[in-house]
Design a protein around this ligand. Structure first.
Ligand code: ADP
Length: 192
């Protein structure tokens, strides 16, 4: 089973993806994680993406589609893939459809996680404060200023995917408020 977790920054996609990895033997493909890895590698691409990410803007479709292509071609997900933070644009959504077709795979569900904007901003700012208090690295884009840009990128570029997948017949929407287990249960209900 291949699924997409769709939602704004701070919706809890990464947290729920991790739960699905542990519980269902799925493989998480997070373009955010891949890009954070790329930027620490000191490669040319890493340098280019670092600035864009810290601002909260989207990295080019070409780069992220290339990253996903590599992972899909490598294969090896017995429980299927969870796409987390990808696709984020219509061009990425089209490319994913093509890539899955080439691999003889299907897209089984798109789960939209709904969380109101005030809560999103609060969660992200809290995440940064908790990391700081624990002496951990704070994501450079986890601040109120970058969060505005990230939310704007979501509404301008990513939210059209809700209609796109609705029209394809893949979309399920859940309430992303509540504790982690409650949200997990809502996702389980959809995936069966
Ligand atoms: P979030 O918590 O905002 O969902 P991610 O960890 O998924 O954050 O992504 C962090 C940043 O990485 C984004 O703000 C963007 O700059 C970049 N990024 C991640 N995935 C994509 C993508 N599919 N397309 C373009 N940029 C991406």
């Amino acid at each position: 089973m291949n699924i997409i977790l769709l939602g704004p920054p701070g919706a809890g996609k990464g947290t729920q993806a991790q739960i699905l990895v542990e519980g269902r033997n799925m493989v998480q493909l997070s373009t955010g994680d891949m890009l954070r890895e790329a930027r620490t590698s000191g490669t040319e691409m890493g340098k280019i993406v670092a600035d864009v990410m810290d601002r909260g803007d989207l990295v080019t479709d070409e780069i992220v589609i290339g990253l996903i292509r590599e992972k899909l071609e490598a294969g090896g997900a017995s429980g299927g893939f969870i796409f987390d933070g990808f696709p984020r644009t219509l061009a990425q959504a089209d490319a994913l459809g093509e890539l899955l077709k080439e691999e003889g795979q299907s897209l089984d569900a798109v789960i939209e996680m709904r969380v109101d904007d005030d809560t999103l901003v609060r969660r992200v700012v809290n995440r940064a404060e908790e990391a700081k208090a624990a002496g951990q690295a704070v994501r450079a884009d986890d601040n109120a200023e970058s969060m505005k840009t990230r939310l704007m990128a979501y509404y301008k570029q990513t939210s059209p995917l809700i209609g796109y997948y609705y029209a394809k017949g893949n979309l399920s929407s859940i309430d992303g408020l509540g504790d982690i287990d409650e949200v997990k249960a809502r996702i389980s209900e959809i995936l069966g």
